[in-house]
Design a binder for this molecule. Sequence first.
Ligand code: TXA
Ligand code: MG
Length: 319
Amino acid sequence: MATPNPPMQTAIKPFNDAVIADAAARIVAGECVAVPTETVYGLAADATNGEAVARIYAAKGRPSFNPLIVHVATLEAAKQIATFSEAAEKLAAAFWPGPVTLVLPERIDSPIASLVTAGLDTIAIRVPAHQAMQALLKASGRPFAAPSANASGRISPSCATHVLKSLEGKIGLIVDAGPTSHGLESTIVALTESSIHILRPGPVSADQIEAVADVSASPREETTIDAPGQLASHYAPSKPLRLNAAKAMADEWLIGFDEISGDATLSPSGNLVEAAAQLFARLHEAEASDKPRIAIAPLPATGIGAAIADRLARAAHSN
Ligand code: TXA
Ligand code: MG
């Protein structure tokens, strides 16, 4: 069964080439590393590796899966992942690298793990300006999922000691480049064919966004959001979902865990990090199967299991 991760030694090291090489090796190995951006310190992991992304949630103790922002070094790299409209091109040209995140349709051939988008078909993406983040992106050659590097429910970290206070023992390395310049998270802009919505106000104002995109920006509709940072428009399977199923009924596709093997499994060894990484891909697969219903084996709601349980409860409730 799932065992909790033992505490890690957390090193804070000043930003230099050797530390970036160490951090890049950790990222490639699937670890998460705290690294400054111009907004706040981020907890970065390889966005193409679902288990690495799951470790972000485990370290933060986040009780639910929100879609995460993907960070890339260049606009060209962003175009491998998302489809850019004309307005999106204008915003990227004006504000990247910098503290603006664009929510765009994800490309079908995008290499990003499904846990990053929490199963949605759009993706939030930005090119950060900070030298340390840029150096780490280039050294690792990977896109990063990176939420703020703080424990869930705590204030966002604008210096390395905030990160340490909140995540000591949960991560191996904090790259310290002093206080961040903006101190609050990026402006998030969602683009549709005809409109733009500011999903999260940030360092770049709605007026600045409108002036560049040449489209008027509307704030997010209150009704689309459950709670701060929590989207109501989460991915939900189109078929009924039954939780805590020990075995499948005749018309069910069973997603197993641990000893319950099912039609597919989240983790045959009962590993919750692996289960989190597999969750959305297994739900999509179940949805595409020829069975009209989905059942899922019980999972312990401890550690990252709490986030899996939250997500499953929402998915089961919505149908
Ligand atoms: O400044 C920042 O943006 C920081 C630094 C570290 O770069 N990052 C950050 O990331 O705040 P994160 O992952 O915590 O932001 C996640 C928020 C979600 O709460 C959600 O509101 C929005 O980004 N988001 C992500 N994907 C989305 C999507 N597909 N559609 C709508 N909103 C999305
Ligand atoms: Mg945050």
